[in-house]
Each structure stands twice: as C-alpha cells, then as structure tokens.
Design a protein. Structure first.
Length: 420
C-alpha cells in the first residue's frame, strides 16, 4: 500500500519512521515533507492546506491512505475535502476538529457530555471578563479561543496578570481573530499527562501514555513552548487512572461525538491534569502531539500503517494496543531565542555521531551539511528498560550534537519535573 503523510515536522518524521516498519507499506510520500525525513518518505511538493492539490498527489501516486499530521489542515477541512474525493484519510473533518480549533466549543462539548474539566466561562467583552475574575479565585487561566501556535494560554498568578492577558487578547488583539473570544478557567493543581487514542468513529484504542514538558526552562520555569521534551509512559499514570480516563474521558467523548453526529476517524489527544479529585481534561487536540508522538511511537508494539488504515476505514479492532516494556525519552534541541524569535541558519554538527533516533523538526540540508531552520530543531529519542536508562541514552546522544545557541532542558523525565 502507498501512503501519504501531510506535514513536515518532528511528529511527521516520527510517523514516517513508524509507518516504514510495516511490511504492508510500499511507497511513502510526505507533503511537503522535509530533507530530514526524505530517506523515509519521498517529498511531494504540495501545499498541505490544499485538498485539491493533495488529491492530485494521491491520484498520481496511487495513495491508499492519507495521514494528516498538523492541526491547520484539519481545522480547514482538508480531511473532508479528501474524503469527498474518495480517499481514505486518518484525521477528523472540520466540524470535529473544532475540539481543538475552538476552546470555547471544546469546553461546551465537555460540559454537554459530562467530561471532567476545569470550571470556565467564555467572554468577548473585556469589561465583562475583568468583572468575572474574582469568581475564579486568585489564580486564573486565560485562553484565546482559536489556534494560536501554543501561545494562546496564560496561567496567571494574580488578577493584574489576568487583566494584562485579557487586554492583550481582547483589546490589543495580539492573536488576531483567534483571541476575539477568551475562555476564563479555574486553575487546576496536579501533575500533567497526555493520553492519545486512535478512533474510528465507533470505538477507540489507547496509545501508550506520555508526558510533555511544555515550559522552556528546567524545573518547569519560563514561558510555555510547543514542548521541550516528552517521556512515555507517563510516570504518574497508573493502570487504575488509565481505566478511569478511558471511561470518564474517551468513552464519554466517543458517545458525545456520536450524539453530535460526528464520525471521528483520527487520533484524539487528551491533555490531562491529574488532580486530587481525579483526572481532568485541560484540552483536546485532534492530532498527534508533538513531541509526545516521538516518544510514544518507539514503544508501540503494533503495525502503525494497519492501525491508522483500519481507523480511517472505520474497522478498528477492539483489543488493547500492545506496548514494549520500558520507557522512552525525547529531548528537544531548540534554537537560541526560541520560542519568541528563534535564530536560524546555524550549522549543525554531530548528527551522525548521535546513537539515538533523531527526528528533524526544523532543519535544512545543503549537500551533506545541515543547518537549523526553526525554533525546535531536533528531537533526540531513546528507549531503555527503564526511564533512567532511556534518559541517559537520550542525553548522551544530545551531547554529541551541536549548533551555536543550541539549548535543551536537562530534566526531561527527571522526577523533579514530573512530580512522580
Ligand atoms: P492547553 O493548550 O489548554 O493545554 O494549555 C497549555 C498549558 O497551560 C497546559 O499544558 C497547562 O500547563 C496549562 N493549563 C491550561 N489550562 C490550565 C488549567 N485550567 N489549570 C492549570 N494549568 C493549565
Ligand atoms: N505537545 C503538545 C501539543 O502537541 O500540542
């Protein structure tokens, strides 16, 4: 079977690596793909947001399965466009993708279908939102409704911080349309974890759990980023918690999607806070997490092509997914200035010396030389019989890679950062 991955980042590189292991795969393409993953997936020069152009690639190259990586094409309805043209697609349609593209919609979905989450309220007017702050206690979370490249959430320690966030979003419009509406939310305390599931519209299968490290600096300090590293499985997610999350979140979400008339075929990402009252949903994403996917896929003991294809065709098996024993760690190597103004174009050395899986997120190749081309540059991943050995391997490999201004968190998977 031929398959096409839509996207070009570290997550898509990891998907290509895992799909390649399937004996059923013949040719693998990526639109647009990247030089970093070109040994696994042939680049198809094509706008990932253009369903008609992607359908052209599928026709020409006899593609039987399209796997959509990022949220932007999903939010635009690229999956619908491809399905209407007769292709099998792994990724939800535009209406279902609103679970990620509108936080107000996601909160409404959670409330209507009884999914545990933080108390919240939606506002469009600054004065009304400001007047509501005291009802959320001293700490409050301010979220832009729409997609804001991971920068639309501010966890505020005081009302003055929250007012500044409200002013930025609603008055200054720093996120444009995405911040026209805001969600005010009570701040939850606990440990964060991620659980992703593959859905075929009727049932779901849970992937190995994971934990992202969203803050820029060690000890969970500094601004939020797209993710500075991940571990799998999440140290805090016990079997009992997993069963509870399956029942209270995924089963209710499946039922809710069905009641709302949505046929969800793709991955549903639950960002969770494990609070004293139990697991609560922070957010849904409608695609694979990045960098969680880079840590999760090496532990998955299943044929990913078969899994995603069966979900796209609405015939997912009902058995639990198998995972290898042990742990996996992904350390993100970032550029100077990330996340605000990353410096790019810096030569990268030591890629061949790194004894680990190295997924390219933002790189460029000229001949045999590589240089940086984004904020998050590489995801260095290693698997080991336990978290400690996976960490050692990943950090040893990361230490062999160098570019000017390179920085990474040294505490990915360390107990201090995962509160386990
Ligand atoms: P989100 O995009 O909604 O997951 O938010 C990004 C990050 O903000 C999360 O990973 C949390 O670290 C933090 N966050 C979001 N909502 C809350 C909340 N209600 N309480 C505490 N932290 C939150
Ligand atoms: N790692 C968080 C995300 O993919 O949104």
């Amino acid at each position: 079977m031929n398959a096409l991955i839509v996207g070009s980042g570290g997550r898509e590189h990891a998907l290509a690596w895992a799909l390649r292991k399937s004996p059923r795969l013949e040719r693998l393409y990526a639109a647009p793909g990247s030089a970093g993953m070109s040994a696994l997936a042939e680049p198809a020069a094509c706008d990932p947001l253009d369903a008609e152009a992607l359908a052209g690639v599928c026709r020409e190259r006899k593609v039987s399965l399209v796997v959509i990586g990022p949220e932007a094409p999903l939010a635009l309805g690229v999956a619908d466009g491809l399905r209407e043209r007769g292709f099998s697609v792994f990724g939800p349609g535009r209406d279902a993708a609103r679970l990620e593209s509108s936080k107000a919609h996601a909160k409404d979905f959670m409330a209507r279908h009884g999914l545990p989450t933080a108390r919240s309220k939606v506002f469009t007017a600054f004065e009304e939102a400001r007047a509501a702050l005291p009802s959320f206690g001293d700490s409050v979370v301010v979220k832009a409704d729409g997609l804001a490249a991971g920068k639309g959430v501010r966890v505020c320690a005081s009302h003055s911080e929250a007012e500044a966030a409200l002013s930025d979003f609603l008055l200054e419009k720093v996120h444009g349309e995405a911040g026209r509406k805001v969600v005010l939310e009570e701040k939850l305390e606990g440990t964060e974890a991620t659980l992703m599931a593959i859905l075929d519209g009727k049932s779901c299968r849970l992937l190995p759990s994971s934990q992202d490290h969203k803050r820029l600096l060690e000890g969970d300090q500094g601004p939020n980023t797209g993710g500075m590293g991940a571990v799998s499985p999440a140290p805090a997610l016990t079997q009992a918690l997993l069963s509870r999350i399956r029942g209270e979140i995924f089963d209710r979400a499946l039922e809710g999607l069905r009641k709302d008339g949505l046929d969800y075929r793709g991955v549903l990402y639950a960002g969770l806070m494990l609070t004293r009252e139990g697991p609560k949903l922070l957010e849904f994403n409608v695609r694979f997490g990045d960098p969680e996917t880079q840590a999760v896929l090496p532990l998955l003991d299943a044929d990913l092509l078969e899994l995603l294809h069966s979900a796209a065709e609405g015939r997912l098996e009902d058995a639990p997914l198998r995972a290898y024993e042990g742990s996996s760690v992904c350390v993100v190597l970032a550029s100077e200035g990330y996340p605000d103004q990353p410096k790019t174009g810096r030569p990268i050395e030591g890629l061949d010396a790194a004894d680990a899986l190295v997924f390219h997120a933002g790189t460029k190749r000229a001949g045999k030389s590589w240089s940086t081309a984004g904020g998050r540059v590489l995801g260095v991943c290693a698997v080991g019989p336990d978290l400690g050995s996976a960490r050692r391997k990943a950090y040893e490999a990361a230490g062999r890679i160098h570019f000017e201004g390179m920085h990474f968190r040294k505490d990915i998977g360390a107990c201090a950062s995962c509160a386990c």
